[in-house]
Design a protein around this ligand. Structure first.
Ligand SMILES: [Zn+2]
Length: 232
């Protein structure tokens, strides 16, 4: 007959393995890039491309404005040079200059808008960079903590494995088979202690005859939940 204390020790080891393996699975799931890091990186990328877009727009408008100013300067030079004498031609030239200046005014307004948009995009980009750096730092610290925890878990699981191997020879094969079958049916908990005269698994009172057997250090089965009750 296997001693109750040995069955109880086996149960404690197996329960601890279950808890530690559950935590290991959680750690595996939390390893690698997480959602907030992905989002922070994405926000930075879109802010960068927006900044680039407005910077290009600004440069295009500057070039266009410059080209137009050169054209206006040439036309004005022609107007005031005295080379054009025909009144109709002079009037056309004057009208062309006026029209070019109107276009330049419009371009300058667009340029101002592009500069404002660019500045705003740059501010957003800088904030996104700070946010990404912070998120990255938090994530790295968290990953380091998880790795430390994982190593500790793996060390403990190896210890349990050794303790379990050392314990198994004290447990009779038929008791081990019964224990394992019970664990599968009872959510992992097959062996419980007697608590205040009741089953530690389901809380139902233990009959006097079973209590007597427990006093002889013989494990008994709970009449209600069927778990193995031991007295330690
Ligand atoms: Zn019970």
């Amino acid at each position: 007959m296997t001693k109750g204390v040995d069955l109880y020790r086996l149960q404690c080891l197996d329960s601890e393995v279950a808890v530690k393996q559950h935590r290991l699975a959680e750690i595996e799931a939390a390893s690698g890039e997480n959602e907030s890091l992905r989002q922070a990186r994405q926000a930075l990328e879109s802010a960068q491309s927006l900044t680039k877009k407005w910077a290009l727009r600004q440069r295009d408008l500057e070039l266009e404005t410059q080209g137009l100013s050169n054209k206006i300067a040439r036309s004005e030079q022609r107007l005031y040079s005295g080379a054009v004498k025909n009144p109709k031609e002079l009037a056309d030239l004057q009208a062309e200059i006026t029209s070019l200046k109107r276009r330049r005014q419009k371009l300058e307004d667009d340029l101002l808008e592009a500069m404002i948009e660019r500045e705003e995009a740059e501010t957003t980009r800088d904030q996104a960079q700070v946010h990404l750096d912070e998120t990255q730092a938090r994530w790295s610290a968290q990953q380091a903590d998880l790795m430390v925890e994982r190593e500790a878990l793996q060390r403990r699981l190896a210890e349990i494995e050794r303790a379990r191997a050392a314990l198994l020879p004290s447990i009779e094969a038929s008791d081990l088979a019964a224990y394992q079958a019970l664990r599968r049916r009872k959510g992992g908990l097959a062996v419980v202690q007697m608590r205040d005269g009741a089953c530690g698994g389901c809380g139902v009172a233990i009959s006097p005859s079973l209590k007597w057997q427990l006093r002889q250090e013989t494990p008994v089965s709970c009449s209600n939940c069927e778990r193995i009750i031991v007295r330690i």
